[in-house]
Ligand binder design. Structure first.
Ligand code: KDG
Ligand code: MG
Length: 402
């Protein structure tokens, strides 16, 4: 079998998605997600100008060799644009392999290790009562694990909380909006949120929280310690992770489980975190971390240190990535949990898929390959629209981590 063509489909069914389609001489094609939120067209250019010409004529089964060719062969290693482009190729090739062998991708990665993938939903509210309502709504839908984000009194537009009555969506069309941040108000407020939640919903549901990289290590340690009575499933991105050593300090002060890695694009971003057991969950994602080939190795390395996976799964990761994450999550032994932020009904129509949610778990389905398709004529009705993630400033106007 040979690769005969590859092209990008860029569309915006409620939000932007970049999808790579690779075609073979046997009529089988594969899809890979190439969406890098807010920097979408950089990946399109990387693939169209620099990668696709090198793919034509290659054996699509050679996922390892093609990965190495694109990674080592470029000389310039790593970086989100490069690794997203490599991931798109890699995932499309695994899809082709599964379709050609007439089996779901999870069978090529070790077979099923579990019945389903535990997922966590996003609950949010502008204040504590509305956050509690949102959690109860998700419990009624069957979720057993729920991330909770809440408006902080005195802080305009907190992370993870929608501005209107539409579901929360991080990217906004137009130029970047600006939000305001106060560490002190946040640190004083969050324990009250989780105290109220445990009183209202009891002990059984897993609760998670995303700090979104906004604290210093010692502030994060204070937060972790103050949340210990509410036994969170995890505290996510407590501090930026470029300096992996920062997590040592957090670990010295609190036993709260720590998750990080959604912005990592190489396992080297996580190497010290994992081998020192400074984290409990690795959130690297298939689309930004180099694809199934790279994430399988990252997960296996993490398994040696009893670190489990918690793959990123926000709406900016397309249904192709959701499917890839579920296939890999079904197969590896150290799967922890999968983020599930449902796509809009329109996005789901553009990307018909075999995966499904049932009673707190997701199932990748048993279709050959990844089990996701792309309705190109529907996608064509929703062209790309420039969109960005917001930026954040502290109360005195200093730009800070969003
Ligand atoms: O593109 C950025 C989003 O995916 C990110 O802000 C979502 O932090 C996030 C999460 O945990 O889903
Ligand atoms: Mg996050």
């Amino acid at each position: 079998m040979k690769i005969v063509a590859a092209r990008l489909i860029v569309c915006s069914p409620d939000r932007n998605f970049v999808t790579l389609r690779i075609d073979t001489d046997e009529g089988i094609y594969g899809l890979g997600d190439a969406t890098l939120n807010g920097r979408e067209l950089a990946v399109v250019a990387y693939l169209e100008e620099h990668i696709i010409p090198c793919l034509i004529g290659r054996d699509p089964f050679a996922t390892e060799d093609i990965w190495q060719y694109l990674y080592r062969g470029a000389y310039w290693r790593r970086g989100p644009v490069t690794m997203t482009a490599i991931a798109a190729v890699d995932v499309a090739l695994w899809d082709i392999k599964g379709k050609a062998l007439k089996t779901p991708v999870y069978n090529l990665l070790g077979g099923k290790s579990r019945q389903g993938a535990l997922v966590y939903a996003h609950a949010n509210g502008s204040d504590i009562p509305s956050a509690i309502d949102s959690v109860k709504k998700h419990i009624a839908e069957g979720y057993q694990a729920i991330r909770v984000q809440c408006g902080v009194p005195g802080v305009l537009s907190s992370y993870g909380v929608p501005k209107g009555d539409k579901p929360y969506e991080p990217a906004e069309r137009g130029l970047p909006s600006e939000s305001v941040w106060s560490t002190e108000k946040y640190l004083n407020f969050v324990p009250k949120l989780f105290e109220a939640l445990r009183i209202e919903i009891g002990e059984d549901i897993h609760l998670l929280h995303d700090v979104h990289h906004r604290l210093t290590p010692i502030e994060a340690a204070r937060l972790g310690r103050s949340l210990e009575p509410y036994h969170l499933f995890w505290l996510e991105d407590p501090t930026p992770a470029e300096n992996q050593e920062a997590f040592r300090l957090i670990r010295q002060h609190t036993v709260i489980p720590i998750a990080t890695g959604e912005v990592f694009n190489s396992f080297w971003d996580a190497h010290d975190l994992v081998r020192n057991q400074w984290i409990d969950y690795l959130r690297m994602t298939i689309v930004h971390g180099g694809g199934i080939t790279a994430l399988k190795k990252a997960a296996d390395f993490a398994a040696v240190y009893q670190v489990r996976t918690g793959f990123h799964g926000a709406t900016d990761l397309s249904p192709v990535t959701m499917a890839a994450a579920l296939h890999l999550g079904m197969a590896i032994h150290n799967f922890g949990i999968q983020e599930h932020m449902p796509h809009s009904p329109l996005t789901d129509d553009v990307f018909p898929h075999a995966y499904r949610f049932e009673e707190g778990y997701m199932h990748p389905g048993d279709a050959p390959g990844l089990g996701v398709d792309l309705d190109e004529s529907l996608a064509a009705q929703y062209p790309y629209q420039r969109a960005y993630l917001p930026v954040a400033r502290t109360l005195d106007g200093t730009l800070t981590d969003w």
